[in-house]
Design a protein around this ligand. Structure first.
Ligand SMILES: [Zn+2]
Length: 199
C-alpha cells in the first residue's frame, strides 16, 4: 500500500531550481514567491507608500509596514506562512495585514528600526485582508508575533478550523500552490503535468 503523504513531488525541485516565465502576467518568476496584499482591505486610500516614520505618528496613512486609518485603526504588515508538503526547507507566504491595539502598534513602531522585537508579543489582532479562494478571511482572529532582525511579524490564525489556518498548520501540496498562484493571476506552464518531469 502506498502512503501518498510520503511521496515527495519531484516538481518541487524543478520549480526551485530555475526561473520560469509566467504565462499569465508575463513576468519572470524565480522559485517560490510570496503573494502580498498592498494594504489592509479597509484602507481605501491610494496604494502609495509614505515613509514608515511618517505613518507611525500619523492619524491616517500607509507605508510598506504600517497603516493608520481615521486615527483609530492601526495595522501592521506581517507574514502568513504555509509550509510546503515535501519541501521542508522552504515555505510559501502571503504578505498580509493585521490590526493591533494602539498601545501595541506604538510598541511595534517605536522598536521597528532597532530590530529587537523578538521579545515583544504575541499580540491579538484581526486579520485584515480577504484572500482569494478561501471562505471569508476578513477579521479572523489572529496572533501577531514580532520577530528579531527587522523581519516582518509572523501571523498565526486563532480560528483553527478555518481552511487557511489548517493550511498554515499542515502545509500545502505542489498542486495546491499552483492553484493559489493561479487565483492570483500567475500560471506555471510545463510544471503542471507530472509527465513533464518524468525521466
Ligand atoms: Zn506571474
Amino acid at each position: 500500500m502506498t502512503n501518498e503523504t510520503e511521496i515527495i513531488d519531484p516538481r518541487w525541485n524543478r520549480l526551485i531550481s530555475q526561473s520560469w516565465k509566467c504565462a499569465s502576467c508575463t513576468e519572470e518568476h524565480r522559485g517560490i514567491f510570496d503573494l502580498a496584499c498592498a494594504k489592509p482591505d479597509a484602507y481605501t486610500g491610494a496604494e502609495e507608500y509614505a515613509p514608515n516614520s511618517v505613518v507611525a505618528t500619523s492619524a491616517d496613512g500607509l507605508s510598506e509596514d504600517f497603516c493608520v486609518l481615521d486615527g483609530q485603526h492601526y495595522f501592521v504588515r506581517g507574514v502568513l506562512a504555509l509550509p510546503l508538503i515535501g519541501l521542508p526547507s522552504q515555505f510559501f507566504a502571503f504578505g498580509v495585514w493585521s490590526t493591533l491595539s494602539k498601545k501595541n502598534f506604538t510598541l511595534y513602531t517605536d522598536s521597528f528600526d532597532i530590530g529587537e522585537q523578538a521579545s515583544l508579543g504575541p499580540w491579538f489582532g484581526w486579520f485584515s485582508n480577504r484572500l482569494k479562494g478561501y471562505p471569508d478571511t476578513f477579521n479572523l482572529k489572529c496572533q501577531v508575533r514580532p520577530q528579531g532582525g527587522r523581519t516582518r511579524p509572523w501571523l498565526e490564525l486563532a480560528e483553527a478550523n478555518h481552511p487557511l489556518a489548517r493550511e498554515s498548520r499542515e502545509g500545502i501540496s505542489f498542486d495546491r500552490l499552483l492553484e493559489i498562484y493561479s487565483q492570483y493571476g500567475h500560471s506555471i506552464v510545463g510544471l503542471r503535468e507530472p509527465g513533464a518531469v518524468a525521466g
